[in-house]
Design a protein around this ligand. Sequence first.
Ligand SMILES: Cc1cc2nc3c(=O)[nH]c(=O)nc-3n(C[C@H](O)[C@H](O)[C@H](O)COP(=O)(O)OP(=O)(O)OC[C@H]3O[C@@H](n4cnc5c(N)ncnc54)[C@H](O)[C@@H]3O)c2cc1C
Length: 816
Amino acid sequence: MAVSAVPTRAKIIIIGGGVGGTSVAYHLAELGEKDVILLDRNELTSGSTFHSAGLVGQLRADPTLTLMNMHSVDLYRKLQQTETPPSWRECGSIKLASTPERMQEIRRQIGWAKTFGLDLKEISPKEAQDLFPLIDLEGVVGACYMASDGQVDPSQLAMALAAGARRQGVQIFTHTRVLEIKTTNGRVSSVVTDKGEIECEIVVNCGGMYAPQIARMVNVRVPIVPMSHQYLITENFMPQDAPFLPSLRDPDNLIYFRQEVSGLLMGGYERTSKAWSADYNTIDDIPANFNNSLLAEDWDRFSDIAEASQKRVPKMAEVGIKSFINGPEGFTPDNEFCLGETSVGGFFVAAGFCAHGIAGAGGIGKVVAEWVVAGEPTMDLWHMDIKRFGASYESPDFTLKRITENYEQYYDIHYPSEERKSARPKFVSPVYEWHKAQGAVFGEKSSWERVNFYATNIGNDALRPKDWLGNHWSNAVQVEHNATRNNAGLFDESSFAKARISGARAGEFLNYVCANNVVKGVGKTTYTQALNSKAGIESDYTVTQTADNEFFIVTGTAFSVHDFGWLEKMRREHSFDGVEITNITKDLACFALMGPKSRTILQSLTDADLSHAAFPFMNSKEITVGDIKVRATRLTYVGELGWELYLPVADGLALWEKIMAAGKSQGIKACGYRAIESLRLEKGYRAWAGEINTETNPYEAGLGFAVSLKKENFHGKAAAVAAQANLTRKLVAITFDDITCVPFGSEPIRIGEKIVGRIKSGGQGYTIKKAIAYAYLPIAKTEVGTKVDVEFFGTWRSGVICAEPLFDPSNERIRL
Ligand SMILES: Cc1cc2nc3c(=O)[nH]c(=O)nc-3n(C[C@H](O)[C@H](O)[C@H](O)COP(=O)(O)OP(=O)(O)OC[C@H]3O[C@@H](n4cnc5c(N)ncnc54)[C@H](O)[C@@H]3O)c2cc1C
């Protein structure tokens, strides 16, 4: 008689018993979730975890990730005091700069570490050598040191987390393989294992590199590929009583070290990466029995790393090698984790830790457990959200090309406005060839080629920003900015994500999801935010009512999966049956004609009356331009009179050429996205994932005007009311007189001697002739005229808080 060794029901099932799964289990238990089970097809830690190098560094390029890693350290310290300690050793860490550019990066990191209260400090090469006497200082420019970083035994960490979870009621079943996951009405409903079926409400896929296999059981694509990662351990050679060494990273030479007993562990990121069990044509296919296993040593690929290690630590050339590890680890296309609820209700993923999963595990467990319990993220997790990956990641070729590029640049300095080079072009607008012929320089967003600027527009090079922002800067942007302010600019925004919402209850549905009233009559366009239950801005977009029961939503290029996924979730969870959400991004081109001459230009091509009286701001109509049918919507994201024009892709090139020809005598210029950025910063228009996100509410972001508290109800209303009444911080505009000194994010802000915040976004304002930044500051510090200091690469510079918007405060130009 078959005996089912697993329960028949549990509220939450976690799949995978590595550091990811055990940490999610631990944190769910901490949050009071007792009806949780964890399943592993083999032993705990038998995936990537057991062969990890175990370095734990806290400072990352992303503020959220840094906070998560800080939580990891706090947790590992705490676990060290329990009866199952994870061998946490707070040995500190050193990062060397072997190039001047790296030293700049270190100074910048020291700056923003201050905003977290992290103990990162600059040290001299000699001080680095005092702390790690084995290093040769040849080529070392400088260094930094963080005393609270450390190392941990990865397997013991997973065991400690599992023990903590068990103590609080989580049941763990090893040698229990998940074979199938069932769904009912778009939600997970049960998990079938080789020991029986378990009904459940929520599944958390903590499968590491196996996560894509598991996700395929519910037709969800998780773009993770197992990549080979290698390190070696030397024989013991240091005196037993020598002081324990801090970890050491020398990213310019692609290597890292930590002490292992009285020898060294040394690994690195090879310039030639290698995927395992997947290639450009096939998705991952990890063998069913691959557990507690390693890959064959690949010395050929490791030889450059080994050579670099001997230059930096000459002893490496003398000591014997005790073991060489080649282990597979799940990497994502941008080296960030893959977290959150997928398109299937209740099916979460927490995987793809890209060789920093031990450092991240504590924080990952915390944010994912909170996400599961709250049904929405409790921090801004956009950079790690699985919903950042668009349709192109269905392709194994595209996915692996991106992962390869990112793996091989893991330790490189990434400058602002840097563009990915692999797997391009993927999606293009109908005007792509025209743009190319005119000297367009393209950027890529969510696999779409978009014009950044046209190199043929030659501007003033004297405005090139000092420091990093100057690296990918072009003097063409100011030319395009000025053309839009003075005459007209034509922008190709065909990549905008677009959806049609239809059905008898479409208006009722949207007025529930959106904070603004979006049901204002056919032909009306509304800017709105969709709030989460804490009044955080889950998304923002424009909604146009196109018929009694039909609406047209336009949102940012990168947000289609995220924003339309949120709409799907709201529809499912709040029973708006019959409402249809159709993604029509690829059906329509979109061009924005903006600037004081835009009416003259467009009017010359249409019989429709474009006067202010006949076609007011935030109105939308179907008009004919030449012989092409177009939906024209009068709005702006650059602060000028203008229209966004939506039309079938097939007519795109013809319309673009017509407008350019008609605008020639008016001084029209084809313009790119960099000019939009500069124009919108002057006007103070917010960007989601820039100044606003799920952690910011409309009132502190200065967007309260778009919240209709008059509506009887909408999602997040109670929290919005509370947020309005209890404002603790506010987004402010800060300007700097020197337009070449431009902050671009995370720099610390000081008033007097006190650090009061960090920069959210920044850029150049070519009309106001200043550098601009936005930041959230405590409400008491937001008075217009307040002088602030902002640290740029180790140097404090003065700016001032200014009234918003910085340009055209009376909105005269958009209501012409
Ligand atoms: C060589 C190497 C060095 C590294 N060094 C560091 C470092 O110094 N610092 C750092 O922070 N990170 C490092 N990492 C990364 C870190 O080890 C990983 O990010 C982490 O261990 C991944 O944990 P996980 O829980 O996501 O996956 P895993 O540990 O792989 O766990 C996934 C589990 O899912 C189970 N599973 C799969 N399919 C099923 C199924 N169908 N049913 C049930 N169970 C299933 C597997 O058996 C496995 O146990 C390193 C990685 C490697 C490879």
